[in-house]
Design a protein around this ligand. Structure first.
Ligand SMILES: C[S@@+](CC[C@H](N)C(=O)[O-])C[C@H]1O[C@@H](n2cnc3c(N)ncnc32)[C@H](O)[C@@H]1O
Length: 415
């Protein structure tokens, strides 16, 4: 099978699974349940390794390499033989139950997409089925990249309180379906017992979001809460062992204030981890920069600036996390190749998923911001999206999409 055939089959199989409902997703349950705020039980993490790890940055640069297998530390090579073309149980904070109940499902429908209702307009992305599929694809891409790990922070074996901010479909906290079983046996393995709540039955895991789009049936140690992370947190201080943040670029106007809240509500010795991607795409050989796909990065930056919620958080998060008082900060940089151009098998697979991630994400990422904030017409936005999609299938373009992970700990004692 040529790469061209396998790429097409890959995308076709994935899209067919989505289209024919082989991706089973729970419908949101409209039941609203009060959360009972539990008293903070500050437990020292005695299994925690000593905090001797220095701050470090691991760069992962991919090269175009026509002969050598790539590694995470090297640049990817181009494979010249790739073909020619390419119920939720919703908990809420006590203050505004009635209004929440009536309002969180009054979604905004705009330009063929569905958007959240609670804090209408605060977030750029749709919350419809297409958006959920895109987040599932992103989750798989993260797992592939991080060797099936849900986090890089060195958590102790026993954690009590865990918070997933902006949980989306909740797939990091709880995977209730196996969306990619038909495409690869490897993926089935990846999804077995691999969400945080299942892996940590001892922990109480909370996922928060503006949208009630999480599964209806959840394990007893998991709650989904409709909550704006920029509001003052009502959880006790020194409460969480782990705060997980992923793909919240463009979501907050005051990131330092967000990290201050994380710091305050984490236990001493607890960990924060944030995973973010770049607002756009680059290449090492200039093949991205001369095409429509090359303007996406700067456009994304401008959109974030115009909206007052930066899409550049990936570049600044490490510094802001340090400035909030966290220690043992570790940043890892990855470059997702876009498409099947790398020779290395692992990165070729990641490249296919990365391309699918972008193809399914372009409209979600851009439509609301371009039309609401930048004053573009829907047609203008769709034309750019179509051009970028065409670029994604051009094998002469060797793009990559940068992704970073930063984790850090709240020191046990003020230093
Ligand atoms: C790109 S999605 C990422 C979802 C999830 N973290 C993941 O990685 O699959 C961003 C999510 O953040 C949520 N969000 C945006 N602004 C938020 C806010 N102020 N408070 C809580 N959630 C927010 C959105 O509703 C959306 O579900």
């Amino acid at each position: 099978m040529t790469d061209e055939q396998s790429d097409e089959q890959f995308a076709h199989t994935r899209m067919r699974d989505v289209a024919h409902g082989n991706v089973t997703r729970q419908q949101p349950n409209e039941r609203l349940v009060h959360s009972e705020t539990e008293d903070a039980e500050s437990v020292s993490l005695t299994n925690q390794p000593p905090s001797e790890q220095p701050v470090r940055t691991e760069h992962t640069a991919h090269e175009i390499d026509n002969t050598q297998p790539g590694t995470e530390q090297s640049a990817h090579e181009i494979d010249d033989d790739q073909g020619s073309v390419a119920d939720s149980t919703f908990y809420e904070t006590a203050s505004d139950t009635t209004s929440l109940k009536s309002n969180i499902f009054k979604y905004r429908y705009e330009n063929g997409r569905r958007y959240h209702a609670y804090k209408d307009g605060a977030y750029w992305g749709p919350n419809d089925e297409d958006a959920a599929d895109h987040l599932d694809i992103a989750h798989h891409l993260f797992l592939l990249t991080l060797n099936n790990k849900l986090h890089l922070a060195p958590l102790p074996g026993h954690v009590e309180n865990v918070l997933d901010i902006g949980t989306g479909t909740g797939i990091w906290a709880m995977c209730d379906h196996l969306p990619f079983v038909r495409t690869s046996a490897q993926i089935l393995i990846a999804y077995q017992n691999s969400d945080f709540a299942d892996l940590h039955p001892e922990a109480e895991v909370i996922g928060t979001d503006l949208s009630p789009t999480q599964p209806g049936f959840v394990p007893p140690n998991l709650k989904f809460i409709i909550d704006d992370a920029t509001d003052e947190w009502t959880w006790p201080e020194n409460h969480f062992d782990f705060v997980h943040v992923r793909s919240l670029f463009g979501c907050f106007s005051d990131w330092p204030a967000f990290y201050e809240q994380c710091f305050r509500h984490l236990k001493p010795g607890g960990w924060i981890e944030q995973v973010e991607m770049a607002p756009g795409f680059r290449s090492d050989d200039g093949t991205v920069e001369r095409e429509a796909i090359g303007m996406w990065h700067d456009l994304g930056v401008k959109c974030g600036e115009a909206n007052g919620k930066t899409f550049r958080v990936m570049y600044d998060m490490r510094r802001w996390i340090e400035e909030a008082g966290f220690k043992e900060v570790v940043e890892t940089v990855y470059k997702w190749p876009i498409g099947s151009w790398p020779k290395d098998k692992k990165w070729k697979e990641i490249g296919r998923w990365s391309r699918l991630h972008i193809e399914t994400g372009l409209e979600s990422w851009s439509l609301a911001v371009l039309t609401r904030v930048m004053g573009w017409s829907v047609q203008e936005a769709q034309i750019l999206i179509a051009k970028v999609k065409a670029n994604l299938r051009d094998p002469s373009i060797h793009g990559w999409h940068e992704m970073r992970v930063v984790y850090a700990t709240k020191p046990r004692r003020e230093s």
